[in-house]
Design a protein around this ligand. Structure first.
Ligand code: ADP
Length: 378
């Protein structure tokens, strides 16, 4: 296994007519040996390009990529000792599960045995290697619960099983680094959750260095040791998932991580209160008066009686009952606010009702104005 370091890595694509698209900008990243690192962000933020540069499938325009301390910018993909698992599995349809898993090992053997054969007539050495490959395939298929499927062809497998074979092929080679590009996005919701749990357990067993790309923040949160949130080609935050959730570095991360998303209101802090569109609520802080954005998560919102002290007046726009919790969308002078409350407290809530809401100021966040406004320490 290995560590992976990116120093100011950037990618500029040449567009039509000499135009340039900057896809990735000055990415600094140090991924430790055995770490599960997830790159997450909306479509087009540059995560796949970053992964493809690590794999050697895309040329690096700027900066340095190191694997285990060696600069590998110019090393061809096949020499980087990296395994790549794609969204579309890329299994060979005419090969069985066992042959697909063995494929990486077989191609390596083909290179080596050509060399061996050139040097001597080494039949015994070839038989020994075949036995090694069989043993490795058996070991990998046991790890992934594929033993019973080894003789099947990909068309005879479910989506989840195919994905496991693709993972098996990657593991079989025992590479330095695993790269995953949206590997679960073709699976249905239930299978996605099951497979992500399996991946997490597999990582615990293998202690492999993994770089994993997804646009799904929940998947990212559950898998990552290290979460790298990207937007417009730049890293917005690089920290543990809980840190990103509890102390988002900026407004973009605050809005991207967490479901339902954090409520974020543009306004002004003055005299211990936050105000927007002429409506104020207490917000005790030492921060000096300024234009800023206030953020509070839906589970930090409470419903209050209409016109009660310190509350913001609102009308219930929608009620979504989720079993133990209820999400309530509120229309107010602060825009659309979502409250997530215990189902017991929401039994009487009806669309169209006039209510008030308060938020837990001790768990509120403040950000500088602007799309990626930095976190302000409350
Ligand atoms: P993500 O994986 O986050 O969806 P990508 O890394 O695929 O994002 O793309 C980042 C940006 O680079 C996007 O604006 C995309 O349109 C652009 N891009 C990606 N591949 C190419 C390419 N081969 N040529 C030109 N632009 C590209």
């Amino acid at each position: 296994m290995a560590n992976v370091k990116l120093h100011k890595v950037g990618k500029v694509y040449e567009g039509p007519g000499g135009s340039q698209v900057r896809a990735v900008e000055a990415v600094d990243l140090a991924i430790a040996d055995g770490e599960f690192c997830v790159l997450v962000g909306p479509s087009g933020c540059g995560k796949s390009t970053t992964l493809r540069m690590i794999a050697g499938l895309e040329e690096i325009s700027e900066g340095t990529l190191e694997i285990d301390g060696a600069r590998v910018n110019d090393l061809p993909a096949k020499d980087r000792d990296i395994a790549f698992v794609f969204q579309n599995y890329a299994l060979y349809p005419h090969l069985t599960v066992a042959q697909n898993i063995a494929f990486g090992l077989e191609t390596r053997r083909a290179h080596r045995s050509a060399l061996v054969a050139a040097l001597s007539g080494a039949g015994a050495a070839r038989a020994e290697e075949s036995a090694k490959i069989d043993a490795r395939v058996a070991e990998v298929s046991r790890t992934l619960g594929l033993d019973a499927l080894l003789a099947r062809f990909p068309r005879e497998l479910s989506g989840g099983q195919r994905q496991r074979v693709a993972v098996g092929r990657a593991i079989a080679r025992d590479p330095k680094v695993f790269l995953f590009d949206e590997p679960l996005s073709n699976l249905d919701a239930r299978l996605r959750i099951e497979t992500r749990t399996e991946l997490r357990m597999l990582h615990r067993r293998l202690r492999a260095t993994i770089v994993y790309v997804t646009h799904d923040q929940e998947e990212a949160m559950t898998l990552a040791d290290r979460l790298v949130v990207m937007h417009k080609g730049k890293v917005q935050q690089n920290a543990g998932p809980q840190e990103c959730y509890e102390r988002p570095a900026n407004r973009f991360v605050a809005g991207f991580i967490g479901t339902p998303p954090m409520n974020i209101v543009d306004g002004r802090l003055a005299n211990g209160a936050f105000g927007a569109n002429g409506v104020h609520a207490p917000m005790p802080t030492r921060v000096s008066d300024r234009a800023c954005a206030l953020g509070f998560r839906p589970d930090r919102v409470r419903l209050a009686a209409p016109n009660s002290a310190g509350s913001v007046a609102a009308t219930i726009a929608a009620v979504e009952r989720l079993g133990d919790r209820t999400d309530i969308a509120l229309d107010s002078a602060w825009g659309r606010i979502v409250a997530r409350i215990d189902a017991d407290l929401a039994t009487g809530a009806r669309e169209g009702d006039a209510v008030g809401f308060t938020f837990d100021a001790a768990h509120a966040h403040l950000f500088e104005a602007g799309e990626c406004g930095a976190r302000i320490s409350v």
